[in-house]
Write a protein that binds this ligand. Structure first.
Ligand code: AMP
Ligand code: MG
Length: 406
C-alpha cells in the first residue's frame, strides 16, 4: 500500500497545469499567476511629498535659517513650477511632486506664516533630517524588477500592486470545475428528515465548501444510489468536469461499486488505498475522453476521512492544475499541549487546534471519536501528523502539523 508521500508523488506526476489565459484584474481575485510580471515603471513615479507642509533645503534649517520665502505651491496632481534654492520653500501637499532643490518636507503643524503673509513661512524646528517626509522615485519598485512571480495566488495586495503599475490584464490559470457526487442508499438531502437507517448527505456541503476555499468551482451532482445504473449515469455526467469527487462506496463492502464502475467508465486507476488514517480506501484515477481529461477521486464516505483526503490529495491536485508551488501540503512544527499515546501503524492525521503563543506554536489534540466524528473538526484548525509507528508522546514534544484551508 502506498504511503501518503508516495500517493502525493503520484498525483504530482499525473497532474499537469492548465494553459495560461489572460483575464482582467477585476476577474483575477483567487486565481493563480501564470507569468512573472515585471515592472515597466518606477514606483513611485516621481519624488513625492509624504506630508502636507513646506518643501525645504534641510541644511538651511540646520544652519539656523528660520524664515523662508515661499516661492511656489504644489497640490497632488500638479507639478512644481519653480526650483527651490537656499532660503526658499514650496508649500506642498501630500502626494504632490517635490520641486528640484529640496531634500525634506517640514509638516505644516511645525510651521507658521510670518505676519500672516502667505509668501513667508517660519519653521518651528531646530533641524530636520535630510529626506524626511519625501519618498524618491523608484524607492518601492524600479523598472525591470518583479512585481509578482508565477504561481502566486492573487489576493487584494497583489492585484493592487499590478493595478498601480498599469497591468489591466494578467496571465493566470483558471479555476478547475469540480463535480461532487455523493453515493449511498442511506443518504437523504440536508433539508430532509432521515428515516430509519438514513443519514443526511453532509459530505456534499463539506466538499463544496472545501472546494471553494481551495479555488475550485463546485458542481454538485446530488446523490447516486448504490446500484450500477445510477452510478454509471452520474459518473458519466461527472467526467465532463476537470475533477470528479465521489464520496463513499470505495471500500470493501458489498455495495462499494465505485472503483469497478469507474474502471468500466474508462477511468484509469492510479492508486487505490493509502496507508493513512483516516482515509485508507481513497481511490485516484484519470479519465481521458477525447480532448477532455478528468481527475477522479473516490473519497471514503466517512466525513472526517473525506475531509482529510481532500486536504491531502484533492488540494494537491488543484494546486498542480493551477500551477501553485509547492503543490504538496506544507507543514509547520508545533509542540503538544498534552501527552498522547499513538498506537497505529498508519500515518495518522489527527484533528487539532494550533495556537500561536509567546513560546511559539502549541497544538492541542481534539477529543476524536474516529472518522465519522465531524464535531471533532469544528473546533480544530489543523491536523497533527503522527508517523506510522506506535509511540508515546509527552507534553512539549514537537510534531508536524498541516493547517486546514492553507
Ligand atoms: P462508505 O464509504 O460508502 O462505506 O461510507 C462510510 C460511512 O460514511 C458510512 O457510515 C456512510 O453512511 C457514511 N457516508 C457516506 N456518504 C456520506 C455522505 N455523503 N455524508 C455523510 N456521511 C456519509
Ligand atoms: Mg456507501
Amino acid at each position: 500500500m502506498l504511503t501518503v508521500t508516495q500517493a502525493l508523488d503520484q498525483i504530482v506526476r499525473e497532474v499537469g497545469s492548465f494553459a495560461p489565459e489572460r483575464v482582467a484584474l477585476d476577474e483575477a481575485l483567487g486565481l493563480v499567476t501564470a507569468e512573472n510580471v515585471i515592472s515597466q515603471e518606477d514606483s513611485p513615479p516621481f519624488d513625492k511629498a509624504l506630508m502636507d507642509g513646506y518643501a525645504v533645503v534641510a541644511s538651511d534649517i540646520a544652519a539656523g535659517l528660520r524664515e523662508l520665502i515661499v516661492v511656489d505651491e504644489v497640490t497632488a496632481g500638479r507639478t512644481p513650477s519653480r526650483d527651490v534654492a537656499s532660503g526658499q520653500a514650496t508649500r506642498i501637499m501630500t502626494g504632490a511632486p517635490t520641486p528640484v532643490g529640496v531634500d525634506a518636507v517640514v509638516p505644516v503643524e511645525r510651521t507658521e506664516l510670518v505676519d500672516e503673509d502667505p509668501n513667508r513661512v517660519r519653521i518651528l524646528l531646530d533641524s530636520i533630517e535630510r529626506e524626511k517626509n519625501i519618498i524618491r522615485r523608484g524607492t518601492n519598485k524600479r523598472v525591470g524588477e518583479q512585481i509578482v512571480s508565477t504561481g502566486r495566488l492573487l489576493r487584494a495586495q497583489e492585484l493592487a500592486a499590478l493595478a498601480e503599475m498599469g497591468f489591466a490584464m494578467v496571465s493566470v490559470r483558471r479555476q478547475p470545475c469540480v463535480a461532487v457526487l455523493a453515493t449511498g442508499d442511506e443518504l437523504v438531502s440536508v433539508d430532509q428528515t432521515p428515516g430509519p437507517g438514513q443519514i443526511r448527505n453532509s459530505n456534499e456541503t463539506m466538499l463544496c465548501a472545501q472546494l471553494r476555499n481551495a479555488g475550485g468551482v463546485p458542481v454538485p451532482l446530488g446523490i447516486a444510489r448504490d446500484n450500477r445504473e445510477d452510478l454509471r449515469r452520474h459518473i458519466d455526467e461527472g467526467l465532463n468536469a476537470d475533477i470528479l469527487l465521489l464520496s463513499g462506496g470505495v471500500s470493501a463492502g458489498k455495495l462499494d461499486l465505485v472503483p469497478s464502475e469507474l474502471e468500466l467508465a474508462g477511468v484509469e486507476q492510479v492508486f487505490h488505498k493509502v496507508r493513512v488514517k483516516p482515509g485508507k480506501p481513497v481511490w485516484f484515477g484519470v479519465s481521458r475522453r477525447g480532448s477532455n481529461s478528468c481527475l477522479v477521486f473516490g473519497l471514503p464516505g466517512n466525513p472526517v476521512s473525506s475531509m482529510v483526503c481532500f486536504e491531502l490529495f484533492v488540494r494537491t491536485a488543484i494546486r498542480r492544475l493551477t500551477g501553485q508551488f509547492p503543490a504538496i501540503p506544507r507543514t509547520l512544527t508545533a509542540r503538544l499541549t498534552h501527552s498522547h499515546s499513538h498506537t497505529d501503524d498508519r500515518e495518522t492525521y489527527f484533528p487539532a487546534a494550533v495556537e500561536w503563543t509567546a513560546d511559539g506554536p502549541m497544538v492541542r489534540l481534539m477529543k476524536w471519536h474516529g472518522s465519522s466524528d465531524l464535531q471533532s473538526t469544528v473546533d480544530a484548525n489543523s491536523m497533527v501528523i503522527f508517523p506510522p509507528e506506535p509511540k508515546e508522546y509527552a507534553v512539549n514534544d514537537r510534531v508536524e502539523v498541516v493547517l486546514w484551508n492553507s
